[in-house]
Design a protein. Structure first.
Lengths: 342, 288
């Protein structure tokens, strides 16, 4: 298999997806469109969490802080400048990335679980300050001051297009990144940091870049998510459940793969619609159900459902996103993967 | 004078925080696992104590500690045997973290659905209000008893780990999981007892904290963060360091509350973060 057909398939799929996203608002009703927007934003966040946990080996339990920073940055700048929130969207990832770059210094001294929980403590500290500060609305939060500038006839479709565009760009960028030398460096650190360092991979630098990018993506997705609500309050923005959702989606779908979070999001929302809809259960039981699935997956298939499925069936349906795990092997030994799986 | 009193009360609260941390430190020291569900198990034990004292209103709630401790030990044993042991040897250090985090989410939401989200507390009657007056300082009996109990437990744990056969086995398993098998020790079974012990210690902290202040099913996260901060401040793997770390956090919290009445745990968190910047190895850097 040469590179050309893969690239053509990828391109064709991208065009089809763009067409679907462009056309969807004209077909779907508003409720489904909102749900789809939510799915896409959570998928982006999960991909960002996966970039950090699955590729850089850093589990963050405080990623809600970047969602909150992005969202608050959008709400406040839009209010100060009095322009439509869409035009100040770039502020959200920039602020989240800047915060990540600063706190990386103390946090990167800690390893594994200590990093995870210190992130959580950081999120709690920022959350507590936000609730105290009247300038950002305190505990009651702030509405989107410039919501009168929004054209509400096109609001839901625009949100959907933005979310869809962000998701596609994120996945494409991650795919590109994971096949670049930076991505290979990241994965080599994850697989064996000692070996990676011995061939000259700068572990700290790679982790830093992944951390900042992950924060930026979550900031942008968080800003879009709260922009859709036209309102932000600290309890919702700094909710640890953001991290719970991202983690469960990644763990269930498949950590360290690009397709995993896509499968995870489908299970996440499928289960939610099933349990809170026809079964009439509360949100708490839904989280219990999701947690049980995650725990069972972690025990039975620690790498997640997607890698297990891929290995067992030998089917590579979502081949478009693959090539990320072992692109070098495919070029050195053409046909090797077919022999193994066949 | 009021500040001296605040500092003393902070130190007394610190004894309790030390208790929260020690269970987490024990599990981390022996099996290199941070049990994220530790806080939820503490809240669960507090709910058990409340349920038992509602069933038997004539018995002092503090006596409920005995069945709750026994129950927590059993729960910890089963939790380790059924779930945590399956990932404890995983080559990926993140697996236990993610797994215990998943368990904590399950426990939290089960408690919300069963007990509701109302604030509960454990009433011990007169004892919670009784206080001593020493040199013009007002010191609560209950916090004093808590600190004494914490110090006794720390000592007992130290003695057990240093001088008993069980302690030697635990330390050997912590050092070389693979080698102890040659002497006929089953590491997984040792882990079961250690997790039981950890949750039993957590139950004491959880119940005593429920006497001091109200709790909801969502309090687990708060308790885990305190326990974790105690362990890191105290220096990883040091028991007496954990007590010192707890005292530092207790003081920071109460001084913070004096300055700013609705600060909650903010100042304890800030102290932790500042310490992380200037002394990442903790207050005391010795080993068990």
């Amino acid at each position: 298999m040469t590179l050309m057909p893969t690239r053509t398939i990828l391109l064709a799929c991208a065009i089809v997806l763009v067409a679907i996203i462009a056309g969807a608002p004209f077909v779907l009703n508003e409720g489904i469109l909102r749900l789809a927007t939510e799915c896409l934003l959570l998928l982006t966040m999960a991909q960002m969490w996966n970039l950090l946990a699955g590729y850089a080996g850093l589990v963050s339990l405080g990623h809600q802080v970047f969602i909150a920073f992005g969202a608050y940055a959008l709400f406040l700048t839009s209010g100060w400048l009095e322009v439509t929130p869409i035009w100040v969207l770039p502020v959200a990832p920039l602020v989240a990335a800047a915060v990540a770059a600063i706190i990386a210094f103390p946090l990167f001294r800690l390893r594994d679980a200590y990093f995870s929980i210190a992130m959580w403590v950081f999120a709690e500290i920022i959350g507590a300050f936000t609730m105290k500060s009247q300038a950002v609305g305190g505990t009651s939060g702030v509405p989107l001051a410039t919501s009168k500038l929004i054209d509400f006839d096109w609001f839901e479709p625009t949100m959907f297009w933005l979310a869809g565009g962000l998701t596609l760009v994120t996945i494409a960028a991650l795919y590109k990144m994971m096949t670049s030398s930076f991505g290979l460096g990241l994965m080599s650190v994850r697989d064996n940091d000692l070996a990676a360092m011995s061939v000259g991979v700068d572990v700290r630098h790679n982790r830093f870049i992944a951390f900042v990018l992950s924060a930026a993506g979550c900031g942008l997705a968080g800003a879009l998510s709260f922009m859709g609500n036209l309102f932000i309050a600290p309890l919702a923005a700094f909710d640890v459940n953001w991290s719970v959702y991202m983690m469960f989606i990644v763990i269930i779908g498949g950590i360290g793969t690009l397709e995993g979070p896509i499968l995870g999001v489908i299970i996440f929302f499928g289960l939610r619609e099933l349990m809170t809809g026809p079964l009439g259960l509360s949100g708490g039981w839904y989280l219990v159900g999701l947690g049980i699935i995650a725990v069972v997956v972690m025990i039975v298939a620690p790498r997640g459902i997607w890698p297990a499925l891929r290995d067992r069936l030998g089917v590579r349906l979502l081949d478009v996103h693959r090539a990320a795990p072992r692109p070098a092997a495919a070029t050195i030994l053409p046909g090797a993967s077919e022999r193994v799986t066949g | 004078m009021i500040w001296v009193e605040t500092l003393i009360n902070g130190a007394l609260l610190g004894g309790l925080y030390g208790l929260l941390g020690i269970g987490l430190a024990l599990v981390f020291g022996v099996m290199r696992v941070v049990n994220i569900a530790h806080g939820e198990f503490m809240v669960l034990s507090a709910f058990c104590a409340v349920l038992l004292s509602n069933l038997f209103p004539q018995v002092s709630p503090l006596l409920m500690l005995i069945p709750v401790i026994a129950l927590s030990f059993a729960v910890g044993w089963l939790y380790q045997a059924a779930i945590v042991n399956r990932v404890v040897t995983s080559p990926d250090p993140l697996s236990p973290l993610l797994l215990t985090f998943g368990v904590s989410v399950i426990l939290r939401n089960v408690m919300v659905e069963i007990f509701g989200a109302d604030v509960r507390s454990l009433q011990v009657g007169e004892l919670s209000r009784a206080s001593l007056e020493i040199a013009g300082l007002n010191i609560g009996i209950m916090p004093l008893l808590t600190l004494v109990l914490a110090a006794l437990l720390f000592m007992a744990l130290q003695l057990v780990l240093r001088h008993t056969e069980f302690g030697r086995i635990v330390r050997a398993t912590a050092d070389r999981r693979d080698i102890v098998r040659l002497s006929g020790v089953k590491p997984d079974r040792v882990y079961n007892y250690v997790m039981g012990l950890s949750l039993a210690l957590g139950a004491i902290g959880g119940v005593l904290l429920a006497v001091r202040s109200g709790f909801t099913p969502f309090s687990g996260a708060e308790r885990l963060l305190i326990a974790f901060e105690v362990v890191v401040l105290g220096g990883l793997g040091s028991f007496w360091g954990a007590l010192l770390g707890g005292i530092a956090l207790g003081m920071a919290q109460l001084i913070g509350l004096k300055i700013d009445p609705n600060a909650g745990l903010l100042y304890a968190h800030l102290l932790f973060f500042i310490m992380l910047l200037i002394r990442p190895s903790g207050l005391v850097s010795s080993r068990v």
